[in-house]
Write a protein that binds this ligand. Structure first.
Ligand SMILES: [Zn+2]
Length: 149
C-alpha cells in the first residue's frame, strides 16, 4: 500500500522534459531563429546557440542560450514547458537570449530606437513583443521583426 502511494506521488510530481516532449524543443529552436534575426537586424553579425542542460540530480534539464563567445544568461534558462505554445516559447527564449547577449556585450540589447533604453520581451495580447517602458510603455516590434539599427 505504501509502495502504491509513493508511485502515485511520483506520477503527480513528474514534470515532462524535452525528451518526453520533443515538440517543445522544436518550438524553442524556432523561437531562437527569430531572436537571431533580431540580432542581425540590430547590426550584430553574430548568432546565439541553443544548449540543453542534462536532466538529473542537481540539474534542471532546462534549455539555455549561449552567445557566440560563450556567455550565458544569469537566470534559470528556459523551462521545457515554455515550449508548450509558440508565444511563451518566444518570450522565454528572447528573455534568456537578451540576458546572455547583454553579458557578452556589456551593454543593453536591444534598445528602443526612439528612447534609447533597453526593452523587455513580453507577452502582449497573445503576441511576443519587445516592450519599451518609455512614454508610458509601447511595443517596439514583434520579436523576430526588428527593423534597422
Ligand atoms: Zn521606446
Amino acid at each position: 500500500m505504501a509502495e502504491l502511494a509513493l508511485t502515485v506521488l511520483e506520477a503527480i510530481e513528474f514534470v515532462p522534459g524535452f525528451s518526453e516532449e520533443p515538440l517543445w524543443l522544436a518550438r524553442i529552436e524556432d523561437a531562437l531563429r527569430l531572436v537571431n534575426q533580431d540580432l542581425a537586424a540590430s547590426g550584430l553579425c553574430q548568432t546565439c546557440l541553443l544548449r540543453v542542460q542534462e536532466d538529473g540530480p542537481g540539474l534542471t534539464g532546462n534549455a539555455y542560450i549561449e552567445t557566440w563567445n560563450g556567455h550565458t544568461g544569469t537566470g534559470q534558462g528556459i523551462f521545457p514547458a515554455s515550449g508548450a505554445d509558440p508565444v511563451t516559447a518566444l518570450t522565454a527564449v528572447a528573455e534568456d537570449a537578451q540576458d546572455a547577449v547583454m553579458q557578452a556585450l556589456w551593454s543593453v540589447w536591444p534598445a528602443c530606437p526612439v528612447h534609447q533604453i533597453g526593452v523587455n520581451a513580453r507577452d502582449r495580447a497573445k503576441a511576443a513583443v519587445w516592450w519599451c517602458a518609455g512614454d508610458g510603455g509601447h511595443s517596439v516590434t514583434a520579436i523576430g521583426e526588428w527593423h534597422g539599427h
